[in-house]
Design a protein around this ligand. Sequence first.
Ligand SMILES: O=C(O)c1ccccc1N[C@@H]1O[C@H](COP(=O)(O)O)[C@@H](O)[C@H]1O
Length: 214
Amino acid sequence: MQHIKLKVCGMKNPDNIQALAEVEPDYMGFIFYKESKRYVGALVAEQVRHLPKGIKTTGVFVNSDLQTIAGTIKDFGLRTIQLHGAETPELCESLKIQFPDIEVIKAFGIDEEFNFDLLHTYDNVVDYFLFDTKTPAHGGSGKSFNWEKLKQYSGEKPYFLSGGIGLEHLDEIKALNHPALYAIDINSKFELEPGLKNIAQIKTFKTNLYGLQA
Ligand SMILES: O=C(O)c1ccccc1N[C@@H]1O[C@H](COP(=O)(O)O)[C@@H](O)[C@H]1O
């Protein structure tokens, strides 16, 4: 089995960010969508800029324009951008041209009707896909989608699996054994309150996730 990466999303509290950094997730996500209960605001920008280089700091945006995203990349020193709305391939391409070293993740809401052929127009302009559960709230729903649906994804672009993932999913993750699965994205299932993570539970998840891997 390939080495599955771990992304922990929706951080905003300074002490909690510090505590999570000590767990060394591969990606740490910050929500820049003002409607979200996990909206990060500007106060932790300097702390985020100084996080260890081994943690890819990830900004999550929903239908923001290029100028807003570019400003936030600079203010927070972001390494990865996650686009969680209806962003076009053109916007992804502009981002890659302006910031060639930034990783771009394009998120898609998955339901029973989702057609994976839609992804082709993004193939050359993003680094990763992210598959979340389709809901009107864009993300952070705490709901999982039917992972059987992943059998319809035969593309080579690696993807983050997301949507209501909790400790109870470890066995199912192991059973997935899908060739393009790159990372597991956890968020609301590990919270004491929106934006405040239960670090002990995340440590347990990481230990067991890595224990799954050869
Ligand atoms: O977490 C949020 O509030 C959020 C708001 C808007 C867009 C994305 C958001 N979070 C992302 O949602 C998925 C799934 O989260 P959950 O496990 O279902 O809580 C995750 O990728 C977060 O990055």
